[in-house]
Design a protein around this ligand. Structure first.
Ligand code: G4P
Length: 532
């Protein structure tokens, strides 16, 4: 028992979120280096060479040279066992990116210092807010010309609605970048551009910095010294107080400035992050909160991925362990399926390698072979008490296509393929509100998923489809139980549809129409997230 508690307390499970190109891959690589999980920088996904190394599962990825899928990387550092949940970085990201955040206990938001908050960061951030998880900010690329740090913090606070607490403060940027001032330790981490690391060891000169000592100006230059003194005075006097409770509930984000590419500020960030971020916390289920330290194993499926290995045509269900200890060969209860099962081939993804594992603990992610029984959000547990975790919301798709089957003789394969791909959570299927199965509308979070759908139906199910783009961009679930859709008065561009469970939904071309429809129908409650 003491052993289980000890192991679980070491776990730190987080996702890194960013807009493409902000430096997520580079930061992940450097973090893995500290854990000794990879030997050389560049081996996670070298941008143009082997971008798809981790998830080399589909031609489409190869053709486009991008990573569509996400993976999990585990490493140990300084007594902690760290799970990084990687999220697809491309613009055309899918719902998987959102779901991955449901499995994380905290998030690291990487922001490009020259660009600030970008659209994708904003979207992902909304999902973090949904769960109140701690959010840490790494403002990257300080070795390049950056925007004013005050502007960047203001933007985060204003655009994302979270307070910020700079843990360190940059001294200049770009060619003038001198390093960062650690506000707590009151020392300067001096910047020296270092590209390569040997065995994860890296020495950064640290200067004890008593700001009242004008001698500092010899080191960082007179004007930098003066600016730093003013900045620190202002931050200490007018900035927010550091409040651990606010950090733990995602209301205050500790901010770190650095440069992932030159490995500057990464290790201090990692150390502080591990100190401030929580081990696995209780998760809500239908019987109340499930304590991670209870001995009975429990987990939920947050992602299903087909064709991880093209040679085997397999399907893997990724589970987040929420309590206890998992052992290979263990018999578990699949709540939604109502059956006892053995989880086959439990594995963990370590950088590029898949490794069969013998045990895992609350906080860890395991991938198990899925013969087609799991759906997103399913609960797996052991012990006398059977329960279900809260489930994973369905995230609003932003692109819609009508799907036509080219050869109508292959109806069976078509239905099978569509429903399996939907079960994996790659697409969402809707129907016209009034007509039958003939009219099928597919919604996706990223447009690339349409290509994935067409490609997979063709190659795996031998079915050709034709897609016709629809103009809708906004979907809303109707929360009112007793709604009479026939009498709902919407805008002329609004479309009434239903999902496969029969729930009514509305499609809109723009957000103005959403507002207008709400105005016209008193008491109507619309939601951006659907319940599974
Ligand atoms: P992403 O996963 O968030 O999409 O970003 P990624 O790490 O791939 O980084 C995007 C680009 O930004 C890469 O350059 C990377 O080298 C660069 N970069 C990341 N961190 C820093 C940093 O701290 N400073 C500077 N100056 N650049 C940084 P690229 O030219 O697109 O790719 P590559 O050809 O260099 O691999």
């Amino acid at each position: 028992m003491a052993d289980i508690r000890n192991e679980i307390e070491k776990r730190r499970t987080f996702a890194i979120i960013s807009h493409p190109d902000a430096g997520k891959t580079t930061l992940t690589e450097k973090l893995l280096l500290y854990g000794g999980a990879i030997a050389l920088a560049g081996s996670v996904k070298g941008k143009k060479t082997a971008r798809h190394a981790v998830s080399d599962w589909m031609e489409i990825e190869k053709q486009r040279g991008i990573s569509v899928t996400s993976s999990v990387m585990q490493f140990r550092y300084d007594g902690s066992c760290i799970n990084i949940l990687d999220t697809p970085g491309h613009q055309d990201f899918s719902e998987d990116t959102y779901r991955t955040l449901m499995a994380a206990d905290s998030a690291v938001m990487v922001i490009d210092a020259a660009k600030g908050v970008e659209p994708q960061t904003r979207k992902l951030f909304k999902v973090c807010l949904l769960r109140d998880i701690p959010i840490f900010t790494f403002i990257n690329k300080m070795d390049r010309d950056a925007r004013s740090p005050y502007d960047l913090l203001d933007e985060i606070e204003y655009e994302l609605g979270i307070k910020t607490y700079p843990m360190n403060w940059p001294i200049g940027s770009g060619k003038e970048f001198q390093g960062v001032y650690d506000r707590e330790k009151r020392e300067i981490l001096a910047f020296r551009a270092v590209d390569e690391l040997a065995n994860g060891q890296h020495e950064v000169p640290v200067i004890e910095a008593d700001l009242s000592d004008p001698g500092l100006s010899d080191l960082i230059g007179q004007s930098h010294y003066e600016t730093l003194c003013d900045d620190v005075e202002l931050l200490d006097g007018a900035g927010y107080e550091f409040d651990m409770d606010a950090v733990r509930h995602g209301r205050l984000s500790p901010v770190f400035f650095g440069s992932a590419l030159t490995n500057f500020g990464v290790e201090p960030f990692l150390k502080e992050f591990l100190r401030l971020t929580p081990p696995p916390l209780p998760r809500e289920a239908d019987v109340g909160a499930i304590d991670p330290f209870r001995p009975d194993f429990s987990a939920f499926v947050f992602k299903i991925q087909a064709n991880m290995n093209r040679a085997h045509r397999d399907r893997i269900a990724f589970m987040r362990i929420c309590s206890g200890r998992f052992e290979k060969g263990m018999e578990v209860y699949h709540v939604q399926g109502g059956k006892k099962i053995k989880l086959a081939q439990p594995q963990q993804l370590m950088a590029q390698e898949r490794e069969i594992i013998d045990e895992a603990y609350a906080g860890d992610i395991i991938g198990v072979f899925d013969p087609g029984i799991f759906s997103i959000g399913d609960t797996i547990c052991t012990g006398a008490e059977k329960f279900q975790f809260g489930g994973i919301p369905t995230f609003a798709p932003e692109h819609f296509n009508r799907v036509y089957q080219v050869d109508t003789m292959k109806r069976k394969q078509f239905v099978k393929g569509m429903s399996q791909i939907a079960q994996e959570g790659a697409i969402q299927i809707f129907q016209e509100y009034k007509t039958g199965m003939e009219e099928i509308i597919v919604g996706v979070v990223g447009v690339l998923q349409f290509d994935v759908l067409k490609f997979r139906l063709e190659h795996e199910y031998n079915v050709d489809i034709r897609l016709e783009a629809l103009p809708y961009e906004h979907i809303r679930w109707i929360e009112n139980k007793d709604i009479d859709l026939d009498h709902l008065s919407g805008t002329s561009d609004m479309k009434k549809i239903r999902d496969l469970k029969g729930n009514p939904l509305l499609l809109f071309v723009n957000s103005w129409s959403v507002g207008m429809t709400l105005d016209r129908n008193e008491g109507l409650v619309l939601s951006e997230f659907g319940r599974n």
